[in-house]
Design a protein around this ligand. Structure first.
Ligand code: UDP
Ligand code: MG
Length: 231
């Protein structure tokens, strides 16, 4: 079992919103640096972390289920952990709910603590962290608290129109799967996601996947990335 001791105090106390003004130029840099990289060899002594990024409806959760089945990862969905926290009647539930309704990002300390607990209570050492980090602030909070960087970063690249269509069709009863909240989620995604993508691209960890196609077609693009793990 993988364990690390870290304290997360003063939840919500540092919920600053970070502004990024890198827009189009970030995108150019990212395109230049995006490369297919070899993945590191996992070892049972330390966690092997894959971040799964992409906009709302880009297929992160669906592909995570396939990766779990094929390669034995534990799926940690940040959004699901937050929804579970709301459902449990936690003290932070109402703040999390209103944040999700507005399509905004829950303070990093809260999300990182939930992810950390989930990782620590697992017997597995291979983790898919789905839908996180959504901002540079999220990313830094994870790296500081967990004391580790991801080994692999997947980015499901999907046109906005397709994402909107999928979210409106998925019918899971989520409070944020309505057109008004989707627009806000896409705006936040566009504003805060690119610096994270750019960061991991420059570190040679990013695997960009074209997320248009059937579930199986897309998984056939994901499979080779993890193929070394099945040996
Ligand atoms: N969310 C968050 N931090 C996270 C993950 C999710 O604040 O690390 C919130 C955010 O409001 C987001 C919502 O939870 O819009 C749903 O996230 P999820 O990843 O479940 O859905 P997606 O947007 O990928 O469809
Ligand atoms: Mg999801």
């Amino acid at each position: 079992m993988w364990r690390r001791v870290a304290s997360v105090s003063h939840l919500f106390s540092h919920s600053k919103s970070t502004k990024f003004n890198q827009g189009a130029s970030t995108f150019k840099i990212w395109e230049t640096f995006t490369s297919e990289s070899e993945i590191p060899t996992p070892s049972k002594g330390s966690p092997f972390v894959t971040f799964v990024l992409g906009g709302p409806g880009s297929g992160k959760g669906t592909q995570c289920a396939k990766i779990v089945e094929a390669f034995g990862f534990t799926h940690v969905s940040a959004g699901d952990l937050l929804r579970r926290e709301i459902a449990s009647g936690s003290a932070y539930g109402s703040v999390i709910l209103s944040t999700i309704r507005e399509g905004k990002i829950v303070p990093s300390q809260v999300t990182v603590e939930l992810i950390q607990k989930e990782m620590e209570s697992s017997d597995n050492y291979k983790f898919l962290i789905d839908g996180f980090p959504r901002s540079e602030e999220n990313r830094k909070a994870f790296e500081q608290t967990i004391g580790a960087e991801p080994d692999v970063v997947l980015f499901f690249d999907c046109p906005e129109q397709e994402m909107v269509k999928r979210v409106l069709n998925r019918n899971q009863g989520r409070v944020d799967d309505n057109i008004d909240t989707i627009k806000k989620r896409l705006e936040i995604f566009d504003e805060l996601n690119w610096p994270v993508i750019n960061y991991y691209s420059q570190r040679g960890k990013l695997h960009k996947i074209n997320a248009v196609g059937t579930v199986d077609e897309i998984f056939e693009k994901v499979r080779p990335i993890f193929a070394p793990l099945s040996k």
